[in-house]
Design a protein around this ligand. Sequence first.
Ligand code: DHB
Length: 330
Amino acid sequence: MTKETTPHHSSESIDLTAHLGRFTFSNCLMNASGVYCFDADELNELNQSKAGAIVTKSATVEKRTGNPEPRYATLTHGSINSMGLPNLGIDYYIDFVLMAQLDDQAKEKDSKFRFISVSGLSPSENIDILQKIQGTPYQDFVELNLSCPNVIGEPQMGYNFSATRRLLEQVFSFYTKPLGVKLPPYFDLVHFDQMATILNEFPLAYVNVINSIGNGLAIDTETETAVIKPKNGFGGIGGDYVKHTALANVKGFYDRLDPTIKVIGTGGVESGEDVFQHLLCGASMVQIGTSLHEEGPEIFERIERELHDIMASKNYKTIDDFRGKLKSLM
Ligand code: DHB
């Protein structure tokens, strides 16, 4: 009988710790906003998962029921959704995070970072929400969503460069807590240049790319019908379909942003290898949407293990050994 040999590092020598600026996380994995984060039940399940941090559903001032159903569908290689911003209102999410922090303190538990995603229906609604958060004891990250594609009649802010600059000018005239922005995908290198130039004018904690690829259309051939109801079937595409667009946006912004602005990578993550690729492109944290929806919060344990095993096979001890070090062909 041959004895099994361990081809690589012992587990203890691999450290999956991740950083976003001066903040430290047990690992780089998060949910993507919108998935598994609607209410306290879902958020508590994420809290108990292996995710390194969590983010709430994007909040508006008032609670919303969202678009008519069916408004989400699983596709062969991903998903389509036109949820229409169903959420419980910003007060609910602020209360949830503040209570969860008190609970951790009472139990002397290490707190997971809990991000609040904000997606006002207009620039002035975003300002109102951020003013409210500024006036609370909430100190964690806010993710300002500039890329919801599903509210009827509302364009994606991230595709309007001058409006994005105006909004950020207003935000940073009063807002002092850690703030990131979630952007839609860009497809033109000149757009990367233009948006990065704007973002670099502000003390952003991070830029999260990408939101879904907006306004795709999925069709059921047999019934000759669109698969979701809102907007005649138009909705945001996520999952494997968007991975290469996501990686290009992570790398594109990582190369263009001031190094104090970190990048969160989102899009097409269904394995540890996908996370590894996002990290190679420079992501500091990596969010999971469609496959979290498919698999549930146990996915974090699987993906953490797969990332660990890739690092072990390559003799990497920390994510900073390879993060941002994607090579080009000479
Ligand atoms: C919704 C979808 C998004 O992609 C987003 O960023 C915010 C909200 C939605 O339809 O609920």
